[in-house]
Design a protein around this ligand. Sequence first.
Ligand code: PBG
Length: 325
Amino acid sequence: MQVRRPRRNRKSAAIRNMVQENKVGVEDLIFPLFLIEGDKQKVEVSSMPGIYRYSSDLILEEIQSCVELGIRTFAPFPSISDELKDPMASESHNPEGLFVSAIRKIKVSFPEVTLVTDVAMDPYSSDGHDGIVKDGKILNDETLEVLGKMALAQAEAGADMLGPSDMMDGRVGYLRQLLDAHGYTDVGIMSYTAKYASAFYGPFRDALNSAPKAGDKKTYQMNPANRTEALIEADLDVEEGADILMVKPAIPYLDVIRMLKDNYALPVAAYHVSGEYAMIKAASEKGWLNGEQCMQEALTCIKRAGADIILTYFAKEFALLQKRG
Ligand code: PBG
């Protein structure tokens, strides 16, 4: 007779729940939000069913409904019209621009909400890149100056934490020093530590109309084939003063999430990106997958891999499901 019968611990829902090792809570989730110009605008992102771009008046209502469901942290991104884009992303640090003024409005209405704000040029760049482009090359150190202006404008508007998503070398240290020099010692940095040059960002670029006009992002985002290289990025981010390390995308990079969790004391975030959301939604619309179950499984497995925090477009849907029980 077998002495060890693992199935005993799977006998009932109550026992399974009792021995469950990992659980996703609404408090672990960050909800990315898309902003557009105008009033009373709510426009669905066609490649992300259920996800909308909101004008700043309606974003407040959306945040209110999320707060009622227990979501406390948001990561807003702006969709900027083409005529405001230029090679230097000047609109990114306009204090009266869409993004910075929305941060201010949100923090006035919801001081208790945490905002992780995006620091990168691409939504405002006429080249659609995260850095300044010159003769087809991305200029690293010149880009840091633009990121710095953006960071200060966001901090001034009330951002709680900056999310540099650009992958320029040295940006975490540069932003940390700049924030400190201006008295923003309590504004944190959630660094996009291991951000891969991924095809799973497609729907996000649709949402913001931010795809590169020429070339790709492979000279700054990481090669999907590399794992140990993420240790170099993480070492630098820790040294340079990051508060949270992020891996992006999530599901195809669970090994990287686990590696950072095991090697660093900082909290690890995972960005379950637009394409990961779109895949589940599309298959579930076709009746090929059970969308809710796939969402639960995906988020739980990201947690199991070692993520303390998950940025996901499913945040609201997950919170609604939890509430319904
Ligand atoms: C760009 C940025 C991207 C995402 C967040 N910030 C896309 C890119 O690098 O082109 C992707 C997020 C997603 O796909 O959900 N700074």
